[in-house]
Unconditional design. Structure first.
Length: 437
């Protein structure tokens, strides 16, 4: 029996897909990379915002159409959020994402069209082993917690993933050791908010966890993805300065900078506080790379608030920035702040603001990239260009899938290789370089 998994959404979902695939493989299934060849298709969905939900539904029907004879399972966040409400006749099973160990039961009962939305298990029963990784060779994700306690007014994550559940330290260490033993060089540590790790049992234990992770023997680096700005642990900066295997890369989703908008979002910062955080990081770590995510179109955002956000982007000079439009998600506190007609009107204005601020950021990013020219770095090769002495790679300043890339000229490079590269040029939002033998 062959199984195909389509993993949508964030890196946390990808880790879940790897666990599901491992459970299937241990039951005798063989992974296929072609849905047309599969006996069972799993669509691990995202349900965060409207566009992600639409993408998940479209993917489900597209894969079902490509292979109507295969059993097809809707899994993941969309299944968790709406599983008992869906009337999806095409699905042979609907499976939530709280207790992945129950996936074995789903595979055993595909003829029953079961809807299984289990609760979280005890930590010692949690399924987290991964025999197969879905990342680029040499790179992998390490999830340290699930859910979130911040409860931002616009966010559906607590509705989908629940309250914060920090993984036991020993399970995380074992997971990391396994990745290192398998030759993974870049380990991206992920969570909804890394800084919140351990707060469900008291105070934040993230810095001490990073201390332990960075002390493990082996040849690897750690990349941190997603730290909430309101609970950013300042002692992390000193640890990053001490440990060369913790990349000075900070992904901090500020979302906005106008204080009135942030209070409505249930966030405690403002432009001055957030700019000061960026300044503290860069003063201690001159080579630090800072990425953020911003939201446009939140209820109550007006021209004045947008100008405050634009000024923040100009002051902070982020290396990378992503943006998205506010999605009106039912059962979130922000849902009733305005009606659908008002939302559609605000959405059109926000689209214009989004284009403006992205153009602003592109100029900033291109300028910030210039500091890499003339310097040497270790690069992780993601792909080789067939018929050319060229490879696509990333240096420490480029996180997987979200940032620009480095095009390297040279011979003998394969996926997963680590090579030294001299950066020669900035081309748009990418870098160009030459392999150093």
């Amino acid at each position: 029996m062959k199984i195909y998994i389509e993993s949508l959404g964030c890196a946390k979902n990808q880790v879940d897909s790897e666990v599901l695939l491992t459970i299937a493989q241990r039951k005798g299934y063989t992974r296929t990379e072609s849905a047309e060849d599969a006996d069972v298709i799993v669509v691990n969905t995202c349900g965060f915002i409207e566009s992600a939900k639409t993408e998940s539904i479209d993917a489900f029907f597209s894969l079902h159409e490509a292979n109507p004879d295969a059993k097809i399972i809707m899994a993941g966040c969309l299944a968790q959020r709406y599983g008992h409400e869906m009337e999806l006749e095409e699905a042979d099973a609907v499976f939530g994402n709280h207790d992945l160990s129950r996936f074995s039961d789903v595979l055993d009962s595909l003829d029953d069209k079961e809807v299984l939305i289990p609760e979280y298990p005890d930590p010692d029963r949690e399924a987290d082993e991964r025999d197969t990784l879905l990342s680029y060779k040499g790179s992998a994700y390490l999830k340290i917690s699930e859910g979130c306690n911040h409860c931002c007014s616009y966010c559906a994550i607590p509705l989908i993933r629940g309250s914060l559940r920090s993984r036991p330290v020993d399970r995380i260490i074992k997971d990391a050791e396994s990745l290192i033993e398998r030759g993974v060089y870049e380990i991206s540590v992920i969570a909804q908010d890394l800084g919140a790790y351990g707060t469900d049992a008291g105070s934040s234990q993230f810095v001490s966890l990073m201390d332990r992770l960075s002390s493990l023997p082996g040849d690897y680096v750690l990349r941190m993805l997603y730290i909430h700005p309101d609970t950013f642990p300042d002692d992390l900066i000193e640890l990053v300065r001490e440990r060369k295997n913790i990349l000075p890369y900070f992904d901090i989703p500020f979302q906005h900078a106008d204080e009135r908008v942030l209070r409505s979002m249930r966030r405690t910062g403002n432009r001055e506080k957030y700019t000061a955080l960026v300044r503290r990081i860069r003063e201690a770590l001159p080579d630090a790379v800072i990425r953020t995510t911003l939201m446009l179109g939140y209820p109550g955002e007006d021209e004045k608030a947008f100008e405050e956000l634009r000024r923040f982007v100009q002051d902070a000079q982020f290396d990378w920035m992503g943006s998205f439009l506010y999605s009106r998600e039912e059962n979130t506190p922000a849902y009733d702040m305005r009606g659908e007609k008002e939302h559609e009107k605000a959405h059109k204005i926000a689209q214009k603001w989004q284009k403006e601020i992205e153009r602003e950021q592109e100029r900033i990013t291109e300028s910030r990239l210039s500091r890499f020219v003339g310097r040497e770095y270790t690069a992780l090769v993601e792909d080789r260009i067939e018929g050319e002495d060229l490879a696509i790679a990333r240096i420490y300043s480029q996180a997987p899938d979200v940032d620009g890339l480095t095009v390297i000229m040279g011979r003998g490079m394969e996926r997963g290789d680590r090579v030294r590269v001299g950066i020669t040029k900035v081309r748009g939002l990418d870098l160009e370089g030459v392999k150093i033998d």
